[in-house]
Design a protein. Structure first.
Length: 193
């Protein structure tokens, strides 16, 4: 097999050691480069005719964004949480959006939503429940690694009904005797005790 790039009008030869093999993996190619491949078969008599050149362009280096920064969940009410974050320090191209993932404890069921901005208000949550949240950024090459999980607990709510079936039990009953003194008391008063 012969191969070369369009820019360097030069070819190099790659020998296939197994004649029965009808495929070859070529590695160490540059990203976003167009290569031209030709195949020539050999036998005991010599080389055959060359195939027509096959042009192939390698894919770009996949550069997903770095992790989202400054993830911060804040409970707003018994049923809502506001989650905010900063963009990745290395977006590696335009950010197409973010994915917010959250898990309710203790069920462990993960949910997600696609978000365009740098914050999202989660509504319809359970009262006084712990949630863990993570965020990842998405560019044309795919999603970034997710942030470390951050935890938040929704607020508790006021009681839904007044207390009922109240009972009262007296545990200790004591009567105390208070003694009052005046500023102009005499020793006879003290001796009476």
């Amino acid at each position: 097999m012969w191969m070369g790039t369009e820019m360097l009008q030069r070819e190099r030869s790659v020998n296939v050691s197994e004649p029965e093999s009808l495929e070859l993996m070529v590695s160490n190619l540059k990203p976003e480069e167009t290569y031209s491949f030709r195949v020539i078969a050999y036998n005991d008599v010599g080389p055959g005719e060359s195939s027509a050149p096959l042009k192939i362009t390698t894919k770009p280096d996949l550069q997903v964004p770095s992790r989202v920064e400054s993830l911060r969940p804040v409970a707003l009410s018994p049923t809502s949480v506001q989650v905010s974050w900063g963009p990745p320090s290395h977006p590696n191209g335009p950010i197409l959006g973010y994915r917010l993932l959250w898990t309710e404890s203790p069920s462990g069921k993960e949910q997600s939503v696609e978000v365009n901005g740098l914050s999202y208000k989660m509504d319809g949550l359970n009262k006084f429940t712990e949630y863990t949240v993570r965020v990842l950024a998405i560019n044309r090459y795919g999603p970034s690694p997710a942030t470390d999980a951050a935890s938040v607990t929704t607020h508790s709510d006021v009681p839904s009904a007044p207390p009922q079936n109240i009972t009262l039990e007296v545990v200790l009953s004591r009567v105390e005797k208070n003694l009052g003194f005046r500023d102009n008391w005499t020793s006879d008063f003290l001796d009476s005790f």
